[in-house]
Design a protein around this ligand. Structure first.
Ligand code: ACM
Length: 639
């Protein structure tokens, strides 16, 4: 990769305006003078007052895309910098990732050239030592199990077996299960020794499989003795989880023998706390190739998580190939300086796209299925639909005033219009293709963050409201979502959505599951209204949130600061009254990717909080132990 001949540096001054002030300096590190250009940067800290800038001219903004011009006649000689300030921001900057995420220049001949950027600096601040997010930890029992099991009464051995093998006479299904977990292990721990051999080894120990209908769904029991290990299970998931535990125990004992051992006697009797042990990934803001998706699914399987919620569409891109509408994955994914979708969230001079072909999807779903992970696809409607509307402009009401409402992310007029029949034709076709690709019982339809005021400047929406005798954005949203629910029911699928699906009258709670993200109390209200609920409050389970207060910590902060200890100790069920507990189906991590411009940032924020949520999903509350978790989580594979 070449080094850019230009660099933009940004500092933030808290007292420089109602929400502080950015100072930008563009350096010309090329060997030629620079003039007649425009500068674009992307930043989640948006400018809302175009007048409030000095020594620059505000040209335009779209969500986090900002374009400025230099003062007339400015010529930047090699080595020189142009400094300008921008206040009139829509909020304060709190962390180093709140500044420019990317930048480029548009030159006088129309060419676009990338500009290097660095994290935001806080003016006048002194460096603080990085916070300790994970203590060394402490183990009462030396076993490397993650999540920790429901019951364990096992004695650690001195050494550990060379390898574990299915006992002679094991069924083909049992042998296949060993092979599946062995392959998973090899993918996650490329340089480690295999925990399993299909052929018994004289130095190893055998696994005797026993099917036992008395064991809980997804549960297993391991009985250890000197000679053999008995693995009892009721279903394929339980067998796979028992094998995963064996692989974890052996890998821990081998890789950190000072900390971990393999059991020589005793038993583990295990089952999950919740049926929904989910992880969501936003692939719209950043694109993750199929290999990354498969690896994340591997990681989920390693932690005995069983739901992959795939957030396939958002304002920034529609990533799922739909044969009936190829423009969704051409126009609807490409963000670039001269494209209908402008650069956002770290994009620069080169257009970027990326989508999943239907063949990709089939392969990912099959991969997940082999590991007991159900893929729940999400298309986020009716809000968060800028990319869809860019690809299919015929879905907009041409008479609606432009920029008549804005989403919380700053996108104008970004919601599919409930008053346009073509919207439903479009969605019927999309669901027809989705149900062929995804066997999941649920299809997630989003439903979040429709801006209050949406559609109120649309003459077609006004007509619909008159006809239906309803008024307001959320009554319209409910009208829309009821029709969507009927489409899913007609296709034999249940509706999943974000908690705002319940707004304005919501949908029939029967066969509807909502993910409570805004705050924990929302989950209880939804359960009281009759919805099944999965808890993913941003304050604990949004993995894009910063992990400490310090300015140099990367991440978002609208839901607060979420240190790993908080994610670990939070108990979502805590406040549910007994009569509503049954409605709470489980918990979910959400990985939103606005800030995740690199693999390094992804891993830094997702781990160790993802395994902390895996433990919340699996381990009985009474067995949770932060110090033990901290000691074991260091063995975690990352993306
Ligand atoms: C969400 O975070 N908008 C579901």
């Amino acid at each position: 990769m070449t080094t850019s001949p230009y660099r933009l540096e940004t500092t933030w001054q808290p007292d420089g305006g109602p929400f502080g002030r950015f100072t930008f300096t563009l350096f010309n590190v090329s060997d030629a003078a620079l003039s007649g250009f425009k500068l674009v940067y992307t930043s989640l800290t948006r400018v809302i007052d175009p007048e409030a800038c000095e020594n620059a001219v505000f040209l335009r903004r779209n969500a986090n895309f900002h374009e400025f011009g230099p003062p007339a006649g400015l010529v930047l000689q090699p080595g020189e910098g142009w400094t300008f300030t921008v206040s009139g921001l829509h909020r304060t900057a709190k962390h180093c990732t709140d500044g420019a995420k990317s930048a480029y220049l548009t030159l006088s001949d129309g060419r676009h050239v990338d500009v290097a950027v660095s994290d935001l600096l806080l003016e006048g601040a002194v460096n603080e030592p990085p916070p300790v997010l994970l203590p060394e930890g402490k183990l009462d029992l030396p076993f490397a199990l993650q999540p920790w099991p429901a019951e364990i009464d096992a004695k650690p051995g001195e050494g550990f077996p060379v390898v574990l093998s299915p006992a002679p006479g094991s069924s083909p299904e049992d042998i296949r299960a060993v092979s599946t977990v062995l392959a998973l292990f090899h993918r996650l721990f490329e340089s480690s020794h295999a925990p399993f051999n299909l052929k018994p080894s004289p130095q190893g120990r055998t696994i005797t499989f026993r099917q036992d209908a008395g064991i809980a769904k997804e549960g297993y029991r391991l009985d250890f003795s000197g000679e053999t290990i008995v693995l009892a299970y009721a279903d394929a998931s339980g067998r796979r989880y028992g094998l995963t535990s064996l692989a974890q125990l052996l890998e821990g004992a081998r890789s950190k023998p000072d900390l971990f051992r393999f059991p020589v006697s005793g038993s583990i009797s295990d089952k999950p706390r919740y049926g929904w042990r989910g992880c969501h990934l936003d692939v719209s803001r950043q694109f993750y190739p199929a290999a990354d998706i498969n690896r994340l699914i591997d990681i989920l399987a390693w932690f005995k998580m069983n739901i992959f919620h795939w957030h396939l569409t958002d304002d920034e891109a529609w990533r799922l190939e739909i044969k009936a509408y190829p423009q969704l994955t051409t126009t609807g994914v490409l963000r670039g300086p001269d494209e209908p979708l402008l650069p956002q969230l770290g994009n620069g001079a080169t257009p970027v796209g990326g989508f999943y072909s239907q063949d990709d999807v089939r392969a990912i779903v099959a991969h997940a299925d082999s590991l007991g992970v159900e893929v729940i696809p999400e298309i986020d409607i009716p809000g968060h639909s800028t990319a869809t509307l860019a690809a299919l402009p015929e879905l907009s009401d041409g008479q609606e005033a432009p920029e008549s409402y804005r989403s919380v992310q700053g996108y104008p007029n970004n919601a599919l219009n409930p008053a346009i029949e073509l919207t439903y034709t479009f969605l019927e076709k999309v669901f027809d293709e989705m149900v062929e690709l995804f066997p999941s019982s649920y299809i997630h339809i989003g439903g979040d963050e429709v801006a209050n005021g949406s559609w109120l400047a649309s003459p077609l929406a006004k007509k619909l409201m008159d006809r239906e005798g309803i008024s307001g954005t959320f009554a319209l949203q409910s009208y829309f979502l009821k029709r969507i629910k009927a489409m899913l029911t007609a296709r034999g699928r249940k509706l999943a959505g974000w908690n705002e699906v319940a707004h304005g009258g919501g949908v029939d709670p029967k066969d509807s599951l909502l993910i409570a993200w805004e705050k924990p109390e929302v989950g209880m209200e939804l359960a009281r209204s009759g919805y099944d609920v999965v808890m993913s409050p941003g304050q604990a389970y949004y993995l894009d949130m910063v992990q400490a207060e310090a300015f140099q910590e990367p991440g978002a902060s609208w839901a607060g600061t979420v240190p790993p200890v908080h994610t670990y100790t939070y108990d979502a069920e805590g406040d549910f009254p007994d009569d509503l507990k049954d409605r709470m189906k489980g918990v979910q991590a959400c990985i939103w990717c606005e800030h995740f411009l690199s693999r390094g940032y992804f891993n830094r924020l997702v781990f160790p909080r993802l395994p902390a949520i895996a433990e919340a999903a699996w381990t009985p509350k009474a067995n949770k132990d932060w110090q033990r978790f901290a000691a074991i989580v260091r063995l975690t594979p990352v993306l």
